[in-house]
Design a protein around this ligand. Structure first.
Ligand code: ADP
Ligand code: MG
Length: 289
């Protein structure tokens, strides 16, 4: 499995060093056109974007600006009309249709606005599904690992329920556990809090922060400007183009990374007494063994 190149170490040759210095996500001149009855419509008009391992990036912009299209380029859910999409060293735009789902399953955790849990599978079976699909971990380890991940999102006591028997916020926590099933370096979430009330949204956001602290890279499409302001970098999309790309270096953010809770979550600590991940997260290599 691909490993995050946290630092450039002395490679044996130049090529190896170059590979290790690569951004985790590298979009070059990405254009996406859709054919519509009114003619060709460009949803993305030439996006250049690099995201490094360990970043927490919010993608913001008005409805229809191209955020989901951009997120679908990164996950390989959709293909660019022109340009390159390189994620974790893989040229995603060159993958064959038959390769994409397996590649995504091993390398990216995807979180959706409407959770997309399979309704006929229990909570724990939903979390095991990516491991089954990608044939990761032994069959005995899969359930153990799924339960461990559910524990991390405080959902282990609901493991045998069907998704319909739990709340939206709980479903999203299960979906986040599922996104971590194969221990991907990257989580891509399209409006993950868009269908949650603000307190539940805070809790989900806080969980993402803890994942970043644990070494994950997160790209989160969001409408929530407060959330976008709380993360390390906000990329604004307008009309299929990057309108701004702002990195935060102020002390508030430094505090977010130093302390276990964000200013956002601190406003309601009592309501989520158990929804705090232990630090450091147990999601790393040890859990995957
Ligand atoms: P956002 O997620 O920012 O709301 P989208 O990426 O979903 O925006 O869509 C960007 C633009 O592309 C919108 O104008 C949308 O109508 C258009 N679009 C998205 N998907 C399709 C499609 N399959 N066919 C035609 N137009 C599309
Ligand atoms: Mg969208």
């Amino acid at each position: 499995m691909w490993r995050i190149p946290f630092m450039v170490t002395g490679g044996k040759n130049g090529k190896q060093e170059e590979a290790q210095a690569q951004a985790l996500i590298d979009l070059n001149g990405v254009v996406k056109s859709y054919k519509t009855p009114a003619g060709e419509f460009q949803a993305l008009k030439g996006i250049d974007l690099k995201i490094d391992a360990g970043e927490f990036v919010a993608v913001v912009g008005k409805s229809g600006s191209g955020k989901s299209t951009l997120s679908n380029m990164i996950t390989g859910i959709d293909r660019p009309t022109q340009g390159e999409v390189i994620v974790a060293g893989t040229e995603v735009h060159k993958l064959r249709e038959s390769q994409i789902a397996g590649w995504r399953g091993r390398n990216i955790g995807v979180v959706f606005q409407f959770f997309q849990l399979l309704p006929t599978l229990t909570v724990v079976e939903n979390v095991m599904l990516p491991m089954d699909f990608c044939n990761m971990y032994s069959s005995r380890q899969r359930k153990e690992r799924a339960l461990h991940l559910l524990e991390q999102v405080d959902m282990v006591d609901q493991a045998d329920k069907l998704p319909t028997a739990i709340s939206g916020g709980q479903q999203q926590r299960v979906a986040i556990a599922r996104s971590l099933a194969n221990d991907p370096a990257l989580i891509v979430a399209d409006e993950p809090t868009g269908n949650l009330d603000s307190r539940t949204a805070d809790a989900v956001f806080h969980l993402f922060e803890r994942l970043v602290e644990g070494g994950k890279t997160i790209v989160m499409v969001t409408h929530d400007e407060d959330l976008a302001r709380s993360v390390g970098r906000a990329v604004t999309i307008a009309d299929g183009q990057i309108a701004s790309d702002t990195r935060r270096t102020d002390p508030v953010l430094a505090q977010v990374h130093a302390a276990p809770s964000s200013p956002h979550a601190v406003s309601h600590p009592a309501e989520h007494p158990h929804f705090v991940l232990p630090s450091p997260l147990g999601f790393g290599a040890a859990a995957a063994d």
